[in-house]
Design a protein around this ligand. Structure first.
Ligand code: NAD
Ligand code: TYD
Length: 349
């Protein structure tokens, strides 16, 4: 039985990847390693927690000794590495946490895999972001050969971790693959990112803080399509290669927010235009990347992957999930979320 470590499996994307692998591959033993930071939540995995091929380990990838002994004990065949500090705004407040988890944590995992993993025939799969490429103006797309040019402490830390993964492949022959994906949306996303934050605020009739003029552009991908891409790349991608993953689904923030407001009005039975009145333009994010857009033709042509959901349908399903999972939303927005919100948004308007 192959033993696969998934790091960050209690987070947003990680929980979708764990679910897919546990259900689709009963003959893999899946170990989910997660520190359970503010963003990690075992509630996200309730439906697989008792599966016989699943095991949870609480631990910190920054703790090199712990990681080395875990790998010595478990002898993983493969690693899918998602654990990270993932929010750009938090990285502006506290870059060091991003250096520690995203850079040091990744190098700890690479060292442990080199020492005790299946370094000959296994795989270290590193999950990364398109933000490493920097920003685009109105034209063009990121391809796998776009030079790295990160602008935020978050993207700089992810770029650094990508470089270490490539360097271990070149220097030690570590079998690696990397993917760089655009903005994900869907169920179980912590409400600090645009879509779940705004769903929560609309629900509670709180203002919707739009950075700058709302003209920045993002490419949005349904999280389960990202999980499917990871599955395809893990199994069929070429060692040492990078794959870009995107939704071919660009939205100007303000247009996306108006669509979200319209759908929320319908679902909450509010008069049309009600939620849009909550829109408030606030001080822009420092170093705010203007546009991200991904060319995923390599993944589509070589590995036969295509995004499955249209955006409006995905957004509608996402809203339904948050409205049906009130307790989840209340649990994650009590306690420290309140002080985070105050620190991030109080001085902004
Ligand atoms: P998330 O913040 O929702 O979850 C991160 C998970 O990592 C949490 O479960 C957290 O507890 C865990 N974690 C954090 N620090 C840890 C540590 N030191 N040790 C062990 N576990 C730790 O993040 P996400 O949005 O699910 O992103 C997952 C990965 O995908 C990240 O590597 C991120 O850079 C990448 N990514 C995210 C997006 C996106 O739109 N969210 C897009 C492209 C790539
Ligand atoms: P976010 O979800 O934080 O993802 P990323 O910064 O990784 O792209 O933000 C998506 C876009 O929404 C980005 O252009 C910033 C903007 N935004 C706001 O306008 N207001 C907010 O409160 C947040 C969190 C984001």
């Amino acid at each position: 039985m192959k033993k696969i470590l998934i790091t960050g499996g209690a987070g947003f994307i990680g929980s979708h990847v764990v679910r897919l692998f546990v259900n689709k591959y009963p003959d893999y033993h899946i170990v989910n390693l997660d520190k359970l930071t503010y963003a990690g939540n075992l509630e996200n995995l309730k439906d697989v927690q008792n599966a016989s091929n699943y095991e949870f380990v609480k631990g910190d990838i920054v703790d090199g000794d712990f990681i080395m002994s875990l790998f010595e004990e478990q002898r993983f065949d493969g690693v899918i590495h998602l654990a990270a500090e993932s929010h750009v705004d938090r990285s502006i407040l506290n870059p060091m946490a991003f250096v520690e988890t995203n850079v040091l944590g990744t190098v700890n995992l690479l060292n442990a895999f080199k020492a005790h993993g299946d370094h000959e025939n296994g795989l270290f799969y590193h999950v990364s972001t398109d933000e490493v490429y920097g920003e685009l103006d109105d034209e063009g797309f990121f391809t796998e050969s776009t030079p790295y040019s990160p602008n935020s402490p978050y993207s700089a830390s992810k770029a650094s971790s990508d470089h270490f993964v490539r360097a271990y492949h070149a220097t030690y022959g570590t079998p690696v693959k990397i993917s760089n994906c655009s903005n994900n949306y869907g169920s179980h996303q912590f409400p600090e990112k645009l879509i779940p934050l705004f769903i929560n605020n609309i629900k509670h009739l709180k203002s919707l803080p739009v950075y700058g003029e709302g003209t920045n552009v993002r490419d949005w991908l349904w999280v389960e399509d990202h999980a499917r891409a990871i599955d395809v790349i893990y199994h069929n991608g070429v060692l040492g290669e990078t794959y870009n993953i995107g939704g071919n689904n660009e939205w100007k923030n303000i247009d996306l927010i108006h669509l979200l407001c319209k759908l929320m009005d319908q679902k909450l039975d509010r008069p049309e235009g009600d939620s849009a009145q909550l829109i408030t333009f606030v001080k822009d994010r420092s170093g705010h990347d203007f546009r991200y857009a991904i060319d995923s033709s390599k993944l589509m042509n070589e590995l036969d992957w295509v995004p499955s959901l249209q955006f409006e349908e995905g957004l509608s399903k996402t809203i339904d999930w948050y409205l049906q999972n009130e307790e989840w939303l209340e649990n994650v927005t009590s306690g420290s979320y309140q002080s985070y919100y105050q620190e991030m948004y109080a001085g902004r308007s």
